[in-house]
Design a protein around this ligand. Structure first.
Ligand code: CA
Length: 233
């Protein structure tokens, strides 16, 4: 499996779906692979299990306060954490920095500001974020220019097809469920709209010049989901 190893894998812990959706889009456009969790406990499980490069943590979560979550996280992981707070409250900010946060932003902030902080924190940690292009065999997916090519030929993709291809290619080799695609690429709840994923996958497959019967990159795993992998030939 070849993999865009320099892009940051960002975990966004945020309970507000509108903020979550906007930040996922903005950070993805800037070359990061973003996954999200809506509660502190889901975020802790993800941060420990999937080991992202950086965590963006909203302090106003429904289940735990930020300082408590940070203390629990620091018991298990040294992952860099940027805290997002709605309150310009100096005591709160000092408490989370003491609990192990690396930086903070006061809401509202833009994806561009968050991206700049992410890069700065990762630079300090000595992990350069440079070329975010994801390469899988002859497939190249560049989230900065939103251009994808196959064997050197540009693919003419809609924004949604590009987002779908980028999401899958950044996780090459993993089987991704349609539920995950619907929530992470479409930001929709599961149920009813799962045909949407099938339709876009078939369009994407056609643009990659393959069919479900003769797949090269895009492999359906019946009843489970879909996986991108480089062809073996
Ligand atoms: Ca919140």
């Amino acid at each position: 499996m070849s993999y865009g190893s320099r892009m940051a894998q960002v975990l966004l812990v945020e309970d507000d779906p509108a903020i979550r959706g906007a930040l996922i889009r903005g950070l993805t456009e800037r070359g990061h692979a973003v996954e999200s969790a809506p509660t502190a406990l889901a975020g802790l499980e993800h941060a420990v299990g999937k080991r992202p490069d950086i965590v963006v943590l909203d302090l106003g979560l429904p289940d735990l306060d930020g300082a408590t979550m940070l203390t629990m996280l620091r018991g298990a992981s040294r992952v860099p954490v940027i805290v997002a707070t709605a309150r310009d409250d100096e005591r709160e900010i000092v408490a989370v920095l003491d609990a192990g946060a690396d930086d903070y932003l006061v809401k509202p902030f833009s994806a561009a500001q968050l991206d700049a902080r992410i890069r700065a924190v990762l630079r300090r940690g000595g992990e350069p974020v440079t070329d975010p292009t994801v390469v899988v065999g002859g497939l190249r997916v560049d989230p900065r220019s939103r251009q994808a090519s196959l064997d050197g030929v540009d693919l003419d993709l809609t924004p949604r097809e590009f987002a779908l291809l980028h999401y899958l290619a950044a996780r090459a080799g993993e089987v991704i469920s349609k539920r995950e695609l619907l929530t992470e690429v479409w930001q929709l709840p599961y149920g009813g709209a799962d045909k949407t994923v099938d339709v876009h996958l078939s369009w994407l497959r056609r643009k990659l010049g393959e069919t479900a019967q003769q797949s090269r990159y895009l492999h359906s795993v019946r009843g489970v989901g879909v996986r991108i992998a480089a062809p073996k030939d």
